[in-house]
Design a protein. Structure first.
Length: 168
């Protein structure tokens, strides 16, 4: 966490809300000079606080029918399996995120998007095939992206600003 520099945090949250804003627009919103915004934005990039510039698309409008959150448990936790998992997930374009963790009796998670159920089924079949005998359990939670009336809160990073950050 960037300590002692309120402007840099305000800049980061302003960029999260709307990354297309120019440094001039950000300076006006934050009431600081444009050169200061440019310098602080470059600092955020250099120090790794900004990993990439992207947007959050309306997935259903571009052809994705659903999002799957898949939980997995593995028989062993070996470093070479972790490296193999990185390689495997990077070869699967439908996987947006994958990580090790814990909860629900599982130790891994992956989030993927699919144009249809067959696409999801192929991914899970390949997962089971490629990871036997190490894969013990697979459970998925599937979200229909075209049924917006079921959404309780949209996915967005704009909500981060409202979460208090505790400084150590």
């Amino acid at each position: 966490m960037v300590k002692g520099n309120e402007d840099i945090i305000r800049l980061l949250f302003a960029m999260i809300k709307q990354s297309r804003r120019s440094d001039r627009e950000l300076a006006k919103i934050l009431d600081i000079s444009q050169p200061t915004v440019t310098r602080k934005r470059m600092q955020l990039e250099k120090e790794g606080y900004i990993r990439e510039y992207t947007l959050v698309p309306e997935l259903a409008k571009i052809g994705y029918d659903f999002l799957a959150v898949t939980f997995m448990s593995f028989a062993e936790d070996r470093p070479e399996l972790f490296e193999k998992a990185k390689e495997w997930t990077n070869k699967q374009p439908s996987i947006l995120f994958a990580a090790n963790g814990e909860g629900l009796g599982m130790d891994s998670i992956m989030v993927s998007v699919h144009t249809n159920y067959a696409s999801y089924s192929r991914l899970v079949t390949q997962l089971r095939r490629d990871w036997q005998p190490n894969l013990k359990n697979v459970q998925s939670f599937i979200i229909s992206l075209s049924r917006r009336e079921l959404f309780i809160k949209d996915f967005s990073f704009r909500y981060l600003e409202a979460i208090p950050l505790e400084h150590k």
